[in-house]
Design a protein around this ligand. Structure first.
Ligand SMILES: Cc1cc2nc3c(=O)[nH]c(=O)nc-3n(C[C@H](O)[C@H](O)[C@H](O)COP(=O)(O)OP(=O)(O)OC[C@H]3O[C@@H](n4cnc5c(N)ncnc54)[C@H](O)[C@@H]3O)c2cc1C
Length: 412
């Protein structure tokens, strides 16, 4: 059995990044995934904040994975007042901004880069067991494969298996954690009747309601996801999430036609909201990166950036630890430094969950997080909601309102 320097479990953004970093340092790297790329994935939002990190590991451009334009339509609950925001991809793109990402293509680019940097990629390898090494003994990773099975040996292990969180489960360090985001999100899928004006491919609709908002996201020609996001304390008024979903939708008068003729395809589902966190992210011969260590909720929309940042650090920590040879004290120092850095990363992420009521006007209210990557798009809506009177606001004054809201926000 060949012994690799580093075995990376999981080829999502965290794992593919860690593998590329370690391979660029001249280490032999094996990158495993249970899937066969490209894995099917729903589109996600991306701030582009980690683009310089991707450039630093050899990725020239991710342009292919960025959808050319996306529209967001904001509506008041009665549908009388609204605005459309079109997010255009800038020519030459790559400026950090919130974009809609084709995650399937994005992951394919990251894995392709890890291979270019020298990592050996093994798809269709489902990890079923990890025997961590000690005292310089390599770890052994056991996988099931279409051919029956495989064992792979590595001097260092990076666990980037996402919500499988293999090492944290095995080490019993995965614990439930209180949600960071003080909101609750529930959603359901529907087949709408043809010709519904609020179901436009590529356009997401946000309807402001008293305690949060409703989203309408067309997933395909005959499937639409409708979700409700409200302040968690407001949910206590309901017996369960199904009652909450329908109760809040009642407020959105502009959606009643769409709902009346639609077939409900699923029960109402709660979105996973920061439900776990590992108490350790590094130890003798291993680090944990990305969602495998902690899940920060989906509507925060920063999971990809966090996974890439952790992937870079994980690859660097693997290289530094292996360079220390059999110096156990130095290896422990690298693990401690990694743990401290992950702690600071999560503290920074948690700041994004400090929500402020940006608007509380006659046409609706709006909560937004301090570090919300969607802030640039949400600010104009906040300004208009706040200042709209009984009749729709004069859009000619929108630029001044937006500038005033931005200044007000900057003071918080
Ligand atoms: C509904 C939803 C919406 C989201 N929207 C956004 C968004 O808009 N923007 C954003 O930035 N983030 C979003 N996120 C979060 C984002 O998807 C994750 O934070 C990100 O994918 C984490 O990357 P990762 O590499 O840690 O894990 P993953 O991307 O989950 O990758 C883990 C990899 O490990 C593999 N794996 C798992 N178990 C095994 C095993 N036993 N053996 C081998 N391989 C295994 C998987 O196949 C997978 O390829 C959303 C999440 C959800 C659930």
């Amino acid at each position: 059995m060949t012994t690799f320097d580093v075995v990376v479990l999981g080829a999502g953004p965290a794992g593919a990044t860690a593998a590329a970093v370690a391979a660029r340092q001249g280490l032999s790297v094996c990158l495993l995934d249970r899937g066969l790329p490209p894995a099917p994935h729903l589109p996600e939002s991306w701030s582009g904040r980690t683009l310089p990190l991707l450039r630093g590991i050899g990725i020239g451009s991710v342009r292919d994975a960025i959808e050319s334009s996306t529209s967001v339509r904001f509506l008041s609950a009665d549908g009388r007042f609204g605005m459309n925001v079109t997010i255009e991809r800038e020519p030459g793109c790559d400026q950090p901004m919130v974009v809609r990402l084709d995650r399937t293509r994005f992951d394919e680019i990251l894995v392709g880069n890890a291979i270019t940097q020298g990592a050996s990629f093994r798809p269709l390898h489902t990890v079923t067991g990890i025997a961590l090494g000690d005292s310089g003994r390599p770890a052994t990773v056991t996988c099931s494969t279409p051919q029956g099975g495989a064992q792979i040996s590595g001097r260092y292990v990076v666990d980037a298996t996402g919500k499988s969180a293999l090492l944290a489960v095995q080490l019993a360090t995965r614990v439930a954690s209180a949600p960071l985001d003080p909101r609750q999100a529930v959603f359901c899928h529907f087949t709408p009747e043809p010709g519904q004006p609020l179901v436009v491919p590529g356009t997401m609709t946000i309807v402001g309601i008293e305690h949060g908002y409703v989203f309408v996201i067309p997933l395909s020609r005959d499937r639409v996801s409708i979700g409700v996001v409200v302040a968690a304390e407001h949910c206590a008024a309901y017996e369960d999430i199904t009652q909450m979903f329908w109760g809040e939708l009642d407020e959105a008068a502009c959606l009643q036609d769409l709902l009346a003729g639609a077939d409900q395809l699923l029960p109402v589902i709660p979105a996973l909201n920061a439900e776990y966190r590992s108490t350790t992210f590094a130890g003798d011969g291993f680090v944990i990166a990305g969602d495998a260590g902690a899940f920060l909720d989906p509507f925060y929309c920063d999971g990809i950036d966090i996974a890439i940042e952790m992937g870079v650090r994980a690859g660097q920590t693997a290289a530094a630890t292996l360079a220390a040879g059999d110096n156990a004290a130095q290896a422990a120092q690298h693990a401690d430094a990694y743990m401290a850095w992950v702690g600071s990363l999560h503290e920074r992420a948690a700041e994004g969950f400090e929500y402020h009521r940006l608007a509380d006007g006659q046409h609706g209210s709006l909560l937004a997080g301090l570090a919300d990557p969607h802030l640039p798009t949400v600010l104009p809506l906040a300004a208009l909601l706040q200042h709209a009177g009984a009749s729709p606001p004069d859009l000619a004054t929108a630029p001044e309102l937006v500038a005033a809201a931005r200044d007000e926000f900057a003071d918080r």
